[in-house]
Design a protein around this ligand. Structure first.
Ligand code: FES
Length: 406
């Protein structure tokens, strides 16, 4: 039986399942416009549900800029929209488009005009930034060292498979992941992929820290930042299983609330949260078909990226306009273009990258070795999302690491 709790957003009570991300409960309640962009305060909504965009930022219990897709609902939270002029659901600052159709150059606007310049600067200062400072300073969080022979960054299928194989071989392994729960894209791919992720997670016997970000490597130290504080690990070997970023649609309106990564849309649908006005799926990447299946009758149409002229709406998605002139009314646009490999952490640790059709990818040898004491597995290396191939990619690297540590 579900453990129901409630919290509020701008005074409205929202029901949630205890432990589910606040952003998921808000989307289920039809609250898809949560945040504002830093400069022009354009409406933003959750787009990735994996801590990879800024669409879900809100003030929670007086703390600004909380990523609500990574914050658990415990009950009683007070969520407030930040950077809002007027109503969260009405974008009053769209009027700036009429006055400045080519955008605002706030560095030079009214500069040099006595008096007016000062008014303009005051206005620009008010508009800048995201959120307001907390009501009270946060208590300092502790820092500690943590031991492990192998640090795996990323708890998607490839990372979990690598770590599970290492654990079976008796290697001390720690997995960190900045997501809400282990599984990565498996949560979007469907029940079989989710079952594999659960099986691999269980084999790790708790050696996973979710919502813990590997901020970077400094010599041999890895700086890990989590809710409870900072950890420093000095692994003998690191594994980058960092997955891939959602693709981006290069059309007008691509930042409206309701434009979401297909993975986020599919994972919501697996929780029973589907857009009442239906979704248009754009692109033919690996998550197009799973998203279509997960949405069922709410998948209105699947179109290619090149067919789309613009996404229309004022404070959220209302329609997709095609180059043919057709307009498809919808509530969500699921961006299913091929994801771009998340190469950044491996590159910072010394890996080389190569350009692929969907972005830069980590270069490895046939065992997954990317640099001295660094391996990379799965989508970070440009591998397409394929459950069996991702699991084998992680296991192959684990066998090589076990041999190297022997
Ligand atoms: S960071 Fe929360 S939805 Fe993208």
């Amino acid at each position: 039986m579900r453990d129901r709790v409630s919290f509020t957003i701008d005074g409205r009570e929202i029901e949630a399942e205890r432990g589910e991300p606040l952003a998921v409960a808000l989307l289920a309640a039809g609250e898809g416009t949560l945040a504002r962009s830093p400069k022009l305060h354009r409406p933003r909504g959750p787009a990735c549900l994996r801590g990879d965009c800024d669409g879900c930022l809100a003030r929670v219990d007086g703390v600004p800029n909380v990523m609500t897709c990574l914050a658990d609902a415990h009950g009683g939270e007070v969520v407030e929209a930040q950077n809002v002029l007027g109503s969260r659901k009405v974008d009053l600052l769209r009027m700036t488009d009429w006055f400045f159709p080519k955008g605002i150059d706030h560095h030079h606007l009214m500069a040099g005009i006595p008096g007016v310049q000062n008014v303009m600067q005051t206005f620009a200062r008010q508009m800048a930034g995201i959120g307001k400072l907390p009501e009270r300073p946060a208590d300092p969080l502790p820092a500690a060292r943590i031991d492990c022979d192998v640090l795996v960054v990323g708890a998607g299928l490839a990372g979990l498979s690598c770590a599970a194989e290492l654990s079976r071989a008796g290697v001390s392994v720690l997995v960190v992941d900045d997501g809400h729960a282990p599984g990565g894209s498996a949560n979007a791919a469907g029940p079989d992929a989710m079952a594999e992720a659960e099986r691999l997670t269980a084999a790790l016997h708790g050696a996973i820290r979710s919502r813990t970000t590997c901020a970077g490597f400094y010599d041999r130290d890895a700086l890990l930042a989590g809710k409870a504080g900072a950890l420093i690990a000095t692994p003998k070997i690191a594994v980058a299983a960092t997955g891939a970023h959602d693709g981006v649609l290069l059309v007008a309106g691509n930042d409206l609330p309701g434009v979401m990564g297909a993975r986020a849309v599919a994972s919501l649908a697996h929780r029973g949260i589907v857009p009442s006005a239906g979704a248009v799926i754009v692109g033919s990447g690996p998550f197009a078909a799973p998203t279509e299946r997960a949405l069922g009758a709410r998948a209105l149409r699947r179109v290619s990226e090149s067919e789309v002229e613009a996404i229309e709406g004022s404070s959220r998605v209302e329609a997709v306009k095609l180059k043919s002139g057709e307009r498809i009314t919808c509530g969500v646009v699921a961006v299913a273009t091929p994801p771009a490999p998340s190469f950044e952490l491996a590159e910072q640790r010394g890996a080389k990258t190569t350009r692929t059709e969907s972005g830069f990818a980590v270069v490895t040898d046939d065992k997954g070795r990317a640099a001295e004491d660094l391996y990379a597995v799965g989508e970070a290396c440009g591998a397409p999302f394929d459950v069996a191939a991702l699991i084998e990619s992680g296991a192959r690297a684990a066998r090589a690491i076990t041999a190297a540590l022997a």
